[in-house]
Write a protein that binds this ligand. Structure first.
Ligand SMILES: *Cc1c(COP(=O)(O)O)cnc(C)c1O
Length: 370
């Protein structure tokens, strides 16, 4: 599928500055053979400037490297920053594709609006991905379950310590080859219920993909680790009763009758993986409910056998079965609980679409290397 640019929206004329010292091919291949999440980055990055006066300007592809930043840059003081996360997948014929990128572009616009930042036009966002792949396409790995993680981000660059929306912003795209997020097979994870901390409050920034939400989640994430869990689950901040989401993934519960239930709230990030998986489930005839779901409902549903599976989902880890929920007061499941059947079959269908192994009837995939 090619993306038609509306007549009015000009394509950006990117200046391409090639990296004079790209990683040697043998070293790159060693990285691609065993990628470790978010540790090694490709040879180039995209960089577009925005200013109140000049709008979006100076689009560039340049060598990956440090960003010159004034110590007074607003992002370093007030955290005015947003980001996205997506992946490029290599199909069997060598072509390179990404999954529902317009959704990421639109979500970045919504995040920008909430964080009082300028909105990057969807066309520029998509073009940025293609520009990066045009120079760094060789970095998309081809081994099973590997991909190139793409991280677009935007931050307040203006050097000014007064508190107001910045008048200068930078947009970047970097990329890193990745393997399975939790390593190895999709083994069930243990999650920790945070009862001391919340990640987002009513009217806050919970629905925006902004670094501050992650900063707020780290202490709870440490608590999770101390309790032997890989991830943390947050409850709503008003009543401390309703499921919200994990630090960086949405949550879905599966009921005995095949119904899938996921929290509905203004304070969680609306995941594209969750939306896609729930679409697949509903096309299979499953009922999908987006509604408030309390921790008591999960606890009682687990005890009665009414709730039979739980999974987390997000781009980085795709669909991850939840084997156990630990809380200060009680535990649901066990660390060696088997992965849920529906969970794994939805995961399989999703990754088969992403890797081009089954027909893409939804036209979710967008080709990046042509
Ligand atoms: C990115 C993110 C998700 C998952 O979104 P996807 O579009 O599925 O990758 C879920 N929760 C939070 C807090 C996130 O930042």
């Amino acid at each position: 599928m090619t993306i038609e640019l509306p007549m009015a929206q000009q394509e950006l004329a990117f200046q391409v500055l090639s990296n004079p010292e790209p990683m040697p091919i043998e070293r790159r291949q060693a990285v691609l053979d065993e990628p470790v999440f978010g540790t090694v980055f490709t040879d180039h990055m995209v960089d577009i400037c925005w200013s109140e006066k000049g709008g979006w300007h100076r689009p560039r592809v340049q060598p990956y490297g440090p960003i010159p930043l004034d110590p007074a840059a607003a992002v370093l003081h007030y955290g005015q920053e947003i980001f996205e996360g997506m992946k490029a997948y290599r199909h069997a014929d060598g072509s390179i594709w990404t999954f529902r990128p317009e959704e990421n572009a639109l979500r970045m616009q919504r995040s920008a609006a909430r964080m009082a930042m300028p909105q990057l036009p969807v066309e520029y966002f998509l073009q940025s991905l293609k520009e990066l792949i045009a120079v760094d396409g060789q970095w998309v790995p081809s081994a099973p379950e590997t991909s190139l993680y793409i991280r677009p981000f935007m931050f307040a660059k203006e050097a000014f310590l007064g508190v107001r929306p910045a008048k200068k912003v930078a947009f970047y795209v970097i990329a890193s080859p990745v393997g399975p997020y939790f390593g190895g097979e999709a083994k069930p994870v243990s999650i920790w219920l945070s009862t001391n901390f919340t990640r987002a409050g009513r009217g806050g920034t919970g629905a925006a993909k902004t670094g501050g939400n992650y900063a707020a989640s780290l202490l709870a994430q440490s608590e999770a680790s101390e309790n032997g869990c890989q991830q943390v689950l947050f409850l709503d901040s008003v009543e401390g009763k309703f499921l919200e989401e994990l630090g960086g993934m949405n949550i879905v519960l599966v009921y005995r009758d095949g119904t899938l239930v996921t929290p509905k709230s203004d304070t969680i990030l609306s995941g594209i993986t969750r939306d896609s998986v729930l679409s697949l489930a509903s096309e299979r005839g499953h009922t999908v409910e987006r509604r408030a779901v309390s921790i008591d409902e999960w606890r009682e549903g687990d005890a009665s056998g009414e709730i039979v599976e739980a999974f987390a989902c997000g781009t980085a880890a795709t669909v991850v079965p939840i084997g156990q929920l630990k809380t200060p007061d009680f535990t649901i499941g066990s660390p060696d609980a088997p992965a849920g059947e529906l969970t794994m079959s939805l995961r399989q269908e999703l990754v088969d679409i992403q890797y081009g192994r089954i027909p893409d009837v939804h036209q979710w995939m967008v080709r990046l290397d042509s």
